[in-house]
Design a protein around this ligand. Sequence first.
Ligand code: SF4
Length: 166
Amino acid sequence: MKGLRLLGRLVPLLRAVGLGGAADRLAARAVRASGAVDLSRYAASEALLLLPRCLQRSGCDADLLSNPENCKRCGQCSVGGILALRSGGLKVAVVGGGEAAVAAVSGSGARIVVAVACERELVEGALRCRGAAVLGIPNERPEGPCRNTTVDLARVAAAVSMLRES
Ligand code: SF4
């Protein structure tokens, strides 16, 4: 199956020629293709779980960008539940945009990134993160993009559980 980066390269080209709908469909297909990454090849300590700031409940004042540990696990958004999935030295970063995502990946030294975001961000991010494989998990956007998004916790848990402990 073609990977996220291979298919993802075509997405900006389709957008540039005005085929936004086709670009969105291809981005979704590219993200699905990333599910073929064999996570069992990687130890949890080699992985980075990358989360978008829009998962954080609007109005929550926990400074997750500085440190996800600032989450108080109040249960009002997905972040606390995701943090509870960590084991084996898995690193977690919460980022506010593409530049920060690229910096977080390169700063972590991760060989594998499990990234939650919208399909467009996942494709653009994967194209820019050259040093690591990327498995994308699309977020859910009940209030539209970039605000109070959620994610299927079972999908994140399934991905994390496939990483080796050491
Ligand atoms: S679980 Fe609660 S404290 Fe943590 S980020 Fe979400 S709203 Fe904030």
